[in-house]
Design a protein around this ligand. Structure first.
Ligand code: PDD
Length: 301
């Protein structure tokens, strides 16, 4: 079952108009929520990013956060898998004709969920391979827009070359992956590109940064170049569906003797503990503390 504009219907019975601007222009934003043991992991962070995306492209949020949560809970209840990835898309809606400009329209809302099988730690110890490519995307990569033509071309090329991901660089500076954020470790310090117009502010990236800080690991949100990537002690990519993946080959060059590194291992274990914790009581939240932060603190106290 999927959700489309107020109705839960079979996927093959869910239709949109050819006038939908999501179809014609990719005029919309989306979110991917990981679900573990039927709990939404990082709910608030994902809903905040959805709101930021809608604001950025001037679409009024069609639902309150409580309503979104209700829809997500309902859609995951149709699926037997305990671990799922919910895809939620809001497009600007249908106009009466195809034109670049638009009036205020009723947004189209689509939600689906698919089962995911998180990879085991053992299966990750030898790491994954990636390719690198020049980042030719636009300068609003912080908006999670459905218009993903460049990203899907990079992903497809990586897949055809037998690689997990394409890591992108702009003016020789590593930005992110085609559908992930990138981290490196050099001399016990973790680096990742700072937030801004060149990268999507990944929710997994944010959780990793919090874990690293709470574990007193050195972490800097500083840009690094391709030479640093190629000479790194460890390379990882992060995303809601891939979690934290160690990368041991970049453009056929082997990193860290082809083995996942010790800092990845510590962060990975901590991330797994966070996933398994059930919903946290919001009454324990300290001011400005997100639920994930609280969980990290409770785990480490
Ligand atoms: N992609 N950067 C890009 C370009 C992405 O598309 C994604 C996620 C990320 C990681 O963000 P997060 O940790 O919040 O998942 C970074 C999703 C999973 C997708 O497009 O399916």
């Amino acid at each position: 079952m999927v959700y489309l504009n107020g109705n839960f219907v079979q996927k093959d019975k869910a239709y949109i108009s050819v006038m939908d601007r999501g179809f014609l222009f990719g005029d919309g934003v989306y979110e991917v929520f990981p679900i573990y043991n039927n709990n939404v992991f990082g709910l608030d962070s994902h809903l905040n990013r959805l709101q930021a995306g809608l604001d950025a492209i001037n679409i009024k949020n069609p639902h309150s956060n409580i309503e979104w949560l209700g829809l997500i809970k309902k859609i995951i209840s149709f699926n037997k898998d305990i671990n799922q990835a919910v895809y939620l898309q809001v497009s600007r809606g249908c106009d009466d004709d195809r034109k670049h400009t638009h009036n205020i329209l009723t947004p189209t809302v689509y939600i689906q969920s698919t089962g995911i099988q998180p990879r085991t730690k053992d299966s990750l110890l030898s790491g994954k391979s990636v390719i690198s490519r020049e980042d030719i995307r636009w300068l609003q990569c912080n908006t999670k827009a459905t218009s993903l033509l460049a990203n899907i071309m990079y992903s497809q090329e990586a897949k055809e070359l037998g690689s997990e991901e394409a890591i992108l660089y702009r003016d020789n500076v590593v930005t992110e992956g085609s559908s992930s954020n990138v981290f490196i470790v050099k001399k016990d310090c973790i680096f990742t590109h700072p937030k801004g117009q060149h990268i999507l502010p990944g929710i997994t990236r944010e959780v990793v940064i919090k874990i690293a800080k709470l574990l007193n690991l050195k972490i800097k949100e500083n840009a690094f170049d391709m030479t640093s990537l190629m000479n790194a002690d460890e390379v990882w990519i992060t995303s809601s569906t891939r979690e934290i993946l160690p990368i041991t080959t970049v453009d056929n060059k082997i990193i860290n003797n082809g083995l996942a590194g010790p800092i990845w291992s510590v962060i990975y274990d901590q991330y797994q503990s966070l996933k398994t914790l059930k919903a946290v009581s919001y009454t324990h939240l300290r001011a400005h503390e997100t639920p994930e932060h609280l969980v990290c603190r409770l785990l480490l106290e």
